[in-house]
Design a protein around this ligand. Structure first.
Ligand code: ADP
Ligand code: ADP
Length: 233
């Protein structure tokens, strides 16, 4: 079923006296278990769309149903609750806290979820193990390679068991070998049934996804998946 239903999504920024339509009418569904890659030139609206999909921001106009619930009009608290329950985030620059260990970074979302210390550590260790970093649990982020840091960030994104994972250029700062390792983890998450939305500039990364969406001037201009190509605009 459609985990994400977008209907006529617009995002207007006011800069000085000018209006800028960062998103100009996005209508699409993303189905449960899909692995969708968002591509498009710089400034086309990918980050704006990801912020809305990730419940970090609201559209100016349009409807966004997440698992059937309208979220476009939620207040900040309700939006944050939905986000923490349903969505895990992975960023280009990892966004780890530098003064705490890999394990404690992974456990962070569980603090906000009110999980007790012992269970936090057990669950965090389980996910560190799943990304192959059990033996690095006590290391600080700056004692890890870029690829290892991103694996810690992925474990953190998974620790709350969200069914949607959103990633903005997750391999943008990684070498070829680490990129391959990280993409294998995404493919594995996809096989396990999670819905993944990933922004990338690189066609080889987008090719790992089951669906490729091209964003241009705030609209989806191409939608391609499993051999089917649709020119939308
Ligand atoms: P992309 O991620 O594809 O590079 P963005 O979503 O960051 O594109 O930006 C889309 C357009 O919206 C750009 O013209 C950008 O300058 C503008 N924009 C993005 N965020 C803001 C903001 N907070 N305030 C004003 N304009 C913004
Ligand atoms: P990306 O590397 O994903 O393309 P951007 O450089 O487009 O990121 O944007 C980085 C951040 O700056 C985003 O959070 C975006 O909302 C904000 N931003 C982008 N363009 C503008 C703008 N013209 N005015 C204000 N904020 C902006």
């Amino acid at each position: 079923y459609a985990t994400i239903q977008l209907q006529g999504i617009k995002k207007i920024y006011h800069i000085g006296g000018e209006e800028l339509a960062a998103l100009n009418g996005i209508t699409t569904n993303i189905y449960k278990g899909e692995f969708a890659a968002l591509m498009g030139p710089s400034g086309s609206g990918k980050s704006t769309l990801m912020n809305i999909l990730g419940c970090l921001d609201r559209p100016t106009e349009g409807s966004y149903k997440l698992d059937g619930e309208e979220v476009a009009g939620l207040d900040d608290d309700a939006l944050a609750r939905t986000r923490n329950k349903k969505i895990g985030f992975v960023f280009q620059n990892f966004n780890l806290l530098s003064r705490i260990s890999a394990l404690e970074n992974v456990a962070l979302p569980l603090i906000y979820a009110g999980v007790g210390h012992r269970e936090r550590m057990e669950r965090a260790m389980h996910f560190l193990e799943a990304v192959g970093l059990k033996d690095r649990a006590d290391h600080l982020p700056n004692e890890l390679s870029g690829g290892q840091r991103q694996r810690v960030a992925i474990a953190r994104a998974l620790v709350n068991d969200p069914h949607i994972i959103m990633a903005d250029e997750p391999t943008g700062n990684l070498d070829t070998k680490s990129t391959k390792e990280i993409m294998e983890i995404f493919e594995d998450m996809h096989e396990k049934g999670r819905t993944i939305i990933l922004v990338t500039h690189e066609p080889e990364i987008a090719a790992c996804a089951s669906r490729q969406l091209l964003v241009r001037d705030g609209q989806i201009t191409r939608d391609e998946g499993k051999g089917v190509v649709m020119d939308v605009v």
